[in-house]
Design a protein around this ligand. Structure first.
Ligand code: PMP
Length: 435
C-alpha cells in the first residue's frame, strides 16, 4: 500500500508535477486573485484557474450559496420533478444570452455540453424528417473537450488518434491562425475567405448530408487564435443558407471573457446553439449547459407536448448545488459588472501584453478582451520545452500562466486591477528575459 505522501496513485496525465524534479508544487488555498502554494507562497492567478474562476477565488456570496444549498436540498432527480433553482437559473441564462437563445439543457462539464449539442443537432434534423443530415464539421486546432463527440469534431490529431474510429462523417475546416497574423492587436483583418473552405466541404458532400458546424468563436486551449474580421459572420451566412446548424463552443469565451456575456454578442453573430461551462459556476463546482434556439427546441415539441423525446441527460443535470453556485455566480457577475469589465480593460491589457514584443524568442502576441497569448519560438528539435521552462520559472516568480506547447496563454480573473495587470506582465517580462 502506498504511503500517504506517495504521488503515484493520482493518475493525471498532464499535471506539471510529473515533470518537476524537486518537491511537488500544490495549491492549498485561494482568495480573489491569488493562490497559496504548499510551500506558503502567494501566486497571482493569470489564468482564472483553468479559464473558469472569472470572478476570482473563494468569493463569499458563491461559497455561502453552496454551503446553504448543501444543507437545504442536496439532490433532486433531474428526470423527475426537478427543483425551483433549475427553472430560475434557466431564465437567468436566457436573460443574458444573445437574442434567440431561449432554452437551456444542463450537463456537468464542457465536454458533456459539446456532446449534448452534437446529439441535439443530429436529433433535430431527424425530428424534422431530415435523417440524412448526419455529418459534422469542426475545425483544425478546435478544442471541444474529451468526450468521443468532442475529440471527433476537435481539431487536435493527437487527442483523437489513439481512440479508434470515433464518430464517422466528420470534416475539419482549416484553422484561422495564419502566419501573417503576427503581433495583431485585437481581431486580424485578413481571412473572411477562410470561411469559403466551408463551402468547399459542403460542395464535396452535399448540404443535405450535413447536420452542424461547431467552432470556438475564439479558439482558447490551442493557443488563443483570433477569428479574422468577417469570418464568423460568413460561417453564419453559409450555414444558414444550407440549413446547417451552427454551434459556438463558448466554454472559455462565455461569461465575460471578451467583454460581453457571450462571444456571440461580442462578434454580433448568433449561432443556433451555445455550449458553456467553466465560468458558469465560477469554477466552484462542475456544471455545463447548452443554450438552444426556439427553433431547435420546438422541433421536439408540439405546443407544450413533447412529440419526440430527446433521449439524453445526466444524473447530475441541473442538480441543486450546481444551480445554487451558478445563480450566486451570475449575481456576483451582475453586481460587480464583470460580464462587461473586460471591455473596459481591453486597451490597458493590450498595451501591457504587447509591451513584451521585443523579448527574446517572442514571435507573436495576440489579445482580445481579457485574454492573450505570447507565442515563443520552439527550441530546435524540442517543441514545448521553452514553453514549459517559462511556466516553471513563472510559477517560481509568483504568477500562474498556462502553456500549450510554446504558447503562453493568459486569461486572468475579470476582477484583476490595472496594478495587477502590471505585476502579471512585468513578472512575465522578467521571466521571458531568460527564454
Ligand atoms: N470546449 C472548450 C472550448 C474548452 O476550452 C474546454 C475545456 N478547456 C472544453 C470544451 C471541455 O470542458 P471540460 O474540461 O469542462 O470538459
Amino acid at each position: 500500500k502506498p504511503a500517504p505522501n506517495d504521488l503515484r496513485a493520482f493518475w493525471m496525465p498532464f499535471t506539471a508535477n510529473r515533470q518537476f524534479k524537486s518537491a511537488p508544487r500544490m495549491l492549498v488555498a485561494s482568495k480573489d486573485m491569488h493562490y497559496t502554494t504548499s510551500d506558503g507562497r502567494q501566486v497571482l492567478d493569470g489564468t482564472a484557474g483553468l479559464w473558469c474562476c472569472n470572478a476570482g477565488h473563494c468569493r463569499p456570496r458563491i461559497t455561502e450559496a453552496v454551503q446553504a444549498q448543501v444543507g437545504e436540498l442536496d439532490y433532486a432527480p433531474a428526470f423527475q420533478m426537478g427543483h425551483p433553482l433549475a427553472f430560475e437559473l434557466a431564465n437567468r441564462l436566457v436573460d443574458i444570452a444573445p437574442d434567440g437563445m431561449e432554452h437551456v439543457f444542463y450537463c456537468n462539464s464542457g465536454s458533456e455540453a459539446v456532446d449534448t449539442a452534437l446529439k441535439i443537432a443530429l436529433a433535430y434534423h431527424r425530428a424534422r424528417g431530415d435523417a440524412a443530415r448526419t455529418r459534422l464539421i469542426g475545425r483544425e486546432r478546435g478544442y471541444h473537450g474529451v468526450g468521443f463527440g468532442g475529440i471527433s469534431v476537435g481539431g487536435i490529431v493527437n487527442n483523437r488518434r489513439h481512440f479508434g474510429t470515433l464518430l464517422a462523417g466528420v470534416d475539419h475546416m482549416p484553422h484561422t491562425h495564419l502566419p501573417e497574423n503576427v503581433f495583431t492587436k485585437g481581431q486580424p483583418e485578413h481571412g473572411a475567405n477562410l470561411a469559403d473552405e466551408l463551402e468547399r466541404i459542403v460542395a464535396l458532400h452535399g448540404a443535405e448530408t450535413i447536420a452542424a458546424v461547431i467552432v470556438e468563436p475564439m479558439a482558447g486551449s490551442t493557443g488563443v487564435l483570433m477569428p479574422p474580421k468577417g469570418y464568423l459572420e460568413k460561417l453564419r451566412a453559409i450555414t444558414k443558407k444550407h440549413g446547417i446548424l451552427l454551434i459556438f463552443d463558448e466554454v472559455i469565451t462565455g461569461f465575460g471573457r471578451l467583454g460581453s456575456p457571450f462571444a456571440a454578442q461580442h462578434f454580433g453573430v448568433v449561432p443556433d446553439m451555445i455550449t458553456c461551462a467553466k465560468g458558469l459556476t465560477n469554477g466552484v463546482i462542475p456544471m455545463g449547459a447548452v443554450l438552444a434556439s426556439a427553433q431547435i427546441h420546438d422541433a421536439f415539441m408540439q405546443g407544450p407536448e413533447h412529440i419526440i423525446e430527446l433521449f439524453h441527460g445526466y444524473t447530475y443535470s441541473g442538480n441543486p448545488i450546481s444551480c445554487a453556485a451558478a445563480i450566486a455566480t451570475l449575481d456576483t457577475y451582475a453586481e460587480e459588472g464583470l460580464l462587461t469589465r473586460a471591455a473596459g480593460l481591453e486597451t490597458y491589457w493590450q498595451e501591457a501584453i504587447h509591451s513584451l514584443r521585443d523579448h527574446p524568442n517572442v514571435v507573436d502576441i495576440r489579445n482580445m478582451g481579457l485574454i492573450g497569448a505570447v507565442e515563443l519560438s520552439p527550441i530546435d528539435g524540442q517543441p514545448g520545452k521553452r514553453g514549459f521552462d517559462m511556466f516553471v520559472k513563472a510559477f517560481e516568480a509568483g504568477i500562474l500562466i498556462r502553456v500549450t506547447g510554446d504558447i503562453i496563454a493568459m486569461s486572468p480573473p475579470l476582477i484583476i486591477s490595472e496594478a495587477q495587470i502590471d505585476e502579471l506582465i512585468g513578472t512575465l517580462g522578467d521571466v521571458l528575459k531568460t527564454a
